[in-house]
Design a protein around this ligand. Structure first.
Ligand code: CP3
Length: 344
């Protein structure tokens, strides 16, 4: 199977960059909203046929070049025994680790609890168009740890969890190690069930000073991504908010790095060096405006796309819930129709 996404990631040149969106499954697709009227998010995620259907909706409706599995990064703590609820305000753990004296005693990793994800991959593979790759994913250890310790995101802040990282090195290491071990097993199973690429979401990479991130967190990230790469599957690492800390990735061997919207794609590309491709990075808020504004923002990518072949077009973070479907579709069509050899 080859298409513009899988080829670009392998370094095979196409006339245009591939396009897909983080969080493309769900929220903005009208057919997803209909399903959500009947089922909770949790029910959709745990039903393999429905999860497969939702996974493929953006491929059929938006025309993106890749599907990403419909699941959530928080299935890992769930499989470690933490009770999780998806409320209207986002995910919430019943007992945050910050509130227990001995987090190790509370956790009991049971890889069988991830079976529904593999069943969803099987169901997706049974109906995915032959030329469309499926992207698997998991949360990076730091981002997963933040939710487990804090229990909830306070407007993207995790004060008690960051406090623990500084104060209690032993517990932090124990938890990062446990998350990493289960994540490796989880990622390798996803590969076995047929994913074509793997993305590690470190949404909260920017919460720590990057020297600390580099020293304490990156070794765990490497273990997960190298384990996946050993199977021959390309990997994308998305360390949101790392800023100029992206420079530390120059010596890494990851295939692609996801760039957030705070950074310019040119600067990010320079910082990670010529060996790593870049993915990104349109500000998702632009998709909530109008077509003229969106077109102007997209035109800024043309000079980059004309000279840079290791580039996957994406947003700089997930699609926002209030994004009009037509605007997302407009972006996909625009990217597909530009003359990337001669410009516009
Ligand atoms: O990208 C995709 O389309 C695939 C599916 C996917 C979901 N979550 C589905 C989802 C992916 C890749 C994720 C990753 C995820 N989940 C991250 C990392 C990426 C990011 O966006 O920062 C994080 C931090 C989470 C945790 C999470 N799950 C939050 C904060 C929320 C609530 C707010 C929100 O973003 O909707 C969820 C719920 C969730 N995960 C929904 C979906 C479609 C919304 C469920 C609904 O109400 O229908």
């Amino acid at each position: 199977m080859s298409n513009v996404f899988t080829d670009t990631i392998k370094g095979i040149y196409h006339e245009r960059p591939p396009v897909w969106f983080m969080r493309q499954a769900g929220r903005i697709i009208p057919e997803y909203q209909l399903l959500r009227g009947k089922y909770s998010f949790h029910e959709l995620m745990y039903n393999p046929e429905l999860a497969a259907e939702v996974t493929l909706q953006p491929v059929h409706r938006l025309g993106v070049d890749a599907a990403i599995l419909f699941s959530d990064i928080l299935v890992i703590p769930e499989a470690m025994g933490m009770k999780l609820e998806f409320t209207n305000h986002g995910p919430r753990f019943e007992t945050p680790l910050n509130e227990v004296r001995d987090p190790a005693a509370l956790l009991d990793a049971n890889p069988e609890k991830l079976r529904h994800v593999y069943d969803a991959i099987d169901a997706t593979m049974a109906s995915i168009p032959a030329d469309i790759p499926l992207i698997g994913f998991c949360g990076a250890p730091l981002t997963t740890l933040m939710y487990m310790v804090q229990g909830v995101s306070y407007n993207h802040q995790f004060p008690d969890a960051v406090n623990m990282v500084y104060r209690d090195v032993e517990t932090t290491d124990y938890l990062l190690e446990s998350i990493t071990k289960l994540s490796i097993e989880y990622a390798l199973q996803q590969v076995k069930h047929g994913i074509s690429a793997f993305q590690l979401f470190d949404t909260y990479a920017g919460l720590l000073p990057y020297a600390l991130y580099n020293e304490k967190i990156l070794p765990y990230v490497r273990r997960i991504l190298h384990a996946v790469q050993k199977t021959g599957i390309p990997v994308i690492f998305f360390p949101k908010g790392l800023g100029t800390g992206l420079r530390v990735l120059k010596n890494e061997t990851f295939d692609f790095v996801g760039v957030d919207w705070q950074m310019s794609i040119e600067d990010a590309n320079e910082m990670v060096g010529p060996n790593m491709g870049v993915q990104g990075n349109l500000d998702p808020r632009i998709l909530t405006t109008d077509k003229d504004t969106i077109r102007k923002a997209l035109e800024k990518y043309v000079s980059f796309g004309m000279k840079e072949q290791k580039w996957i077009f994406n947003l700089g973070h997930g699609v926002l819930p209030n994004t009009p479907f037509e605007n997302a579709k407009f972006v996909v069509e625009w990217i597909k129709n530009v003359d990337w050899r001669n410009g516009l």
